[in-house]
Design a protein around this ligand. Sequence first.
Ligand code: PEP
Ligand code: MG
Length: 576
Amino acid sequence: MTIAIQGIGVNSSISTAIGKVLMLSRGSIQAEPGMVPASQIDAEVERFFHAVQIAANQLVEIRKQIPADTPPDILEFIDTHLLMLQDKAISEAPAQTIRSEGCSAEWALQLRRDQLLRVFEDMEDAYLRTRKDDLDHVVNRIMTILQGEKRSDPVEIAGHIIVSEDLTPADTIMLHHRGACGFITDFGSPMSHTAILAASLGIPAIVGAHGATTRLHSGERVVVDALNGTVLAECSRDSIRFFEKRLHKELERRNALQTLRDAPALTRDGTHIELQANIELPDDVQAVLDEGGHGIGLYRTEFLYMNRDQLPTEEEHYQAYLQVIEGMDGRPVTIRTLDLGADKQCEHQPEPSACINPALGLRAIRLCLKETSIFRVQIRAILRASAHGPVRLMIPMLTNLWEARQARDIIREERQKLAEQQIAMGADLPVGAMIETPAAALTAESFAQMFDFLSIGTNDLIQYTLAVDRADDSVNHLYDPLHPAVLLLIQQVLEAGSRCGKPVAMCGEMAGNPGYTPLLLGMGLKILSMHPASLPEVKQLIRKLDLGQVKPRLKQLLRHPDAEDFAQAIRDLANL
Ligand code: PEP
Ligand code: MG
């Protein structure tokens, strides 16, 4: 009998995946048994000690960031982990096993963990038994560092559907590169960075599928039906055939839409809409060109910092930007400065998030203005890259004008230094502000005066306006792009831009959802940036619209944005 697990489908041009499950356990990271030649034993032991040291450094860093008024049990939690790391049972015993068994550091660590877990499980004391979770955390930390060094591990991922409690954006990228064809997570919401990434990579995904990791098992064949947010296991042949046909149709439809690639994005009554793309990696440029993007409206550069042990150098930034600029061949490229923090963390994050509300913490420009040396490296690389094409720089998560001033001062200073060193730069580097906090939206006019353009980041703007964590599936039903407060803020930003004569773009997920295209164009947006796979469908809709008819009807609707049938009436604008 078919088993169905309900979750939330991630909006993407392909909503169907059929494949075998590969379970990624977040509870305990498992190692594969592995042997090491005698000549490499010393190096393997060194590798193990190095990983323990990095794990300890990470914890010390996290501890430093914990505010003084934090409840003592949180501090205790970190201290316990630090003590465990110093305990010879963890920090030295695996090294002896590497020597005695000739095995890999990961396997030695796993053997040690299993031994210790058995000891914990046999304990009478309930409190001490709970300490096995701490042991798991500590071992996972070392294991992640060790496995991060060996990215070529041989587990077959291609063609599999990954099932996990949750995935980080960094995992998602790595798994995509290794050929995963679908994602299912127990937790997470469709607005999380992980889900956005999956959609932008064109991977069918279901998040918030509670119980998926316990009810599914590795190797079984499942169907991801992201359209209905359902995972199906033990399907009949007929159901599999049905989904195979649906997948085939989706692929055909996507190919058919590609015939629109070079068609202009013009409404029926002649308004041109600039259709740009959001990218995460230089390799995404090909998809932008394939789908007919007019430029890059959002290059999320934080992915340069992930899945690696050290911060990227100025040269690495520069080379990545160059690849994008050259690929886009004269079309504009908007590079967003680092937006780490909240649900995007990386291994060597300068300020790892140990706070209770990371989305309200040291994220994006806040982090950059605290760690200015990291910010300056990126700014220099962007300035240098601007010598090679129409580059624009964009700053995320602004709430205060002084943050904008400080960021602009740093850009000016780095420009000055590069000029003194006679290093080539573009004559002009337009700088834009992302409007993604209610504070920035309400004071958009001041930002519009100071910046060359504005770009509305609806993913965060909705999260912060409605006080709904975009990564938490339990409040996903409250995440409403059509909430009257959200629409009012968007309207205000558009008006501020138009009063100051500055262009306003939108680069949040709302921009790539064809259900909102008539609304957004009717409100006056003319620049939309979205993941490449959404471009053809949005263009198709634009070409059907007559703004002369949409605008007056929308004006009527916006008088009662809390009307019960408002969402349906907005969808119906597409049929005018
Ligand atoms: C947004 O917040 O709308 C946005 C585009 O930025 P990100 O999703 O990367 O936070
Ligand atoms: Mg954002």
